[in-house]
Design a protein around this ligand. Structure first.
Ligand code: GLU
Length: 421
């Protein structure tokens, strides 16, 4: 999804540290605390072999990073993507620390990734890669230590293999070791939709604040995976019109609206959203620039940069993806009075329902979807309201406000624990 020149030039870890520095400065964080929070606690790299279907052995590289454990065990997804790098995983782990703090769930931040294009693997190869990778990172993970979850190109099936691998080694079933599992294995109702649902709860709040009428709003969605495709469905349920969507192969546009369910069926059949009847094929970048009120980046990092930020037409930007906007772009958007719902708030619904799943697993309990969604809404609305209040008080953008809230919570926890030994 990321354009090649964008990934080549912009390092997500540098972006994450810049965002943190800004908040640390504003909070007047002392130098020691700043130095601690600026780096990940643990970075783990593994190179591991997998038997391929053609009889060969291929060695893959993967990572698990734990940024901070001050508020609880590490939490965060594992992504499979050909562009994964240690710096990307470090950034994603740091963002998880802030995300869990913004919504007030008792976790630190972690993230994992394997350098692989899973679309090139057979199911058997994908399972073998997953089981071996999870075995390699088992020294770090566990229901009290570090709890992985789905991310880009990983899903409930992959989580089931991870849970099974861990459980086989333990000798008994340990559902709480990963979240985002199938419902039949201790997964939570509503987890699959949670990232998108949380995003839409935020959009509803922001639209009310901005006076945007959702029933008249046009929406563009970049990325059509778990977050993007479900966000598109849920925003249509709010009465909005989705005019453009894209996936890693490109985008489509119809100013009169796209039938989202039909686009989902089209993509399932053709492997791409492009060529959808009645729509014009457009490039991935153009999706960010179409005429609309609401833009939902739901793909990868570094999509809105200083190169295209002033071309964004939407008044409201809701980051379902992690890290889609660079700090330079943030400044441009802020000057143009755009309202940004930052990733660490906007897409926190996923990890929030992961937390519910973990709580259910540890208690051998199962909640209804109504209960899950009601609890999710309460947490998202509360977080949104708190961040908006800080933005108004400090006269700053919503990302800075979310960072102020999150970094302060983490720094408080760290200070109360004190430095060991
Ligand atoms: N990968 C998701 C995220 O970026 C979910 C993480 C989780 O559920 O632990 O927030």
């Amino acid at each position: 999804m990321t354009t090649e020149h964008a990934t080549a030039r912009i390092n997500p870890w540098a972006v994450a540290q810049q965002q943190f520095d800004l908040a640390a400065e504003k909070l007047g964080l002392d130098a020691g605390m700043r130095a601690v929070l600026r780096e990940p606690r643990r970075e783990f790299t593994v190179h591991f072999p997998v038997h391929m279907d053609d009889g060969s052995v291929r060695v893959f590289t993967g990572y698990r990073v734990q940024h901070n454990l001050g508020r609880g065990p590490a939490k965060g997804g594992i992504r499979y993507h050909q562009d994964v790098s240690i710096d990307e995983v470090k950034a994603l782990a740091m963002w998880m620390t802030w995300k869990c703090a913004v919504v007030g769930i008792p976790y630190g931040g972690g993230k994992g990734g394997v350098i692989v294009d899973p679309k090139q693997l057979s199911m058997r190869e994908l399972e073998a890669l997953t089981r071996r990778f999870f075995t390699e990172i088992e020294v770090l993970v566990g229901p009290e230590k570090d709890i992985p979850a789905p991310d880009v190109n990983t899903n409930a099936q992959v989580m089931a293999w991870m849970m099974d691998t861990y459980s086989m080694h333990a000798g008994y079933t340990v559902p709480g070791v990963v979240t985002g599992k199938p419902i039949s294995l201790g997964g939570s109702e509503g987890r699959n939709e949670a990232t998108a649902r949380g995003t839409v709860y935020c959009i509803v709040e922001a639209a009310r604040h901005l006076g945007i009428e959702l029933k008249k709003a046009k929406v563009a969605v970049q990325g059509f995976g778990n977050a993007g495709s479900i966000a598109a469905q849920l925003i249509v349920a709010e009465g909005s019109t989705v005019v453009a969507v894209s996936d890693s192969t490109g985008g489509i546009h119809n100013p009169n609206g796209l039938d989202v369910n039909k686009v989902i069926a089209w993509k399932k059949e053709h492997g791409t959203v492009q060529g959808f009847p009645g729509a014009t094929d457009i490039g991935n970048e153009q999706v960010l620039e179409v005429e609309c009120e609401i833009l939902i980046p739901a793909a990868l990092e570094n999509q809105i940069t200083e190169r295209n930020a002033d071309k964004v037409k939407a008044r409201l930007i809701a980051e379902a993806a992690n890290g889609p906007t660079t700090p330079e772009a943030d400044r441009i958007l802020w000057k143009k009075s755009k309202f940004m719902i930052p990733d660490i708030l906007c897409n926190a619904g996923g990890v929030t329902v992961s937390y519910f799943e973990w709580v259910q697993d540890l208690n051998r309990d199962h909640w209804s979807e109504e209960i899950v969604n009601a609890k999710l809404k309460e947490i998202m609305v509360k977080a949104f309201t708190s961040v908006l209040a800080i933005a108004r008080r400090e006269q700053c953008d919503m990302r800075t406000a979310a960072y102020l809230l999150a970094v302060e919570r983490v720094a408080d926890a760290m200070a109360m624990r004190g430095l060991y030994p």
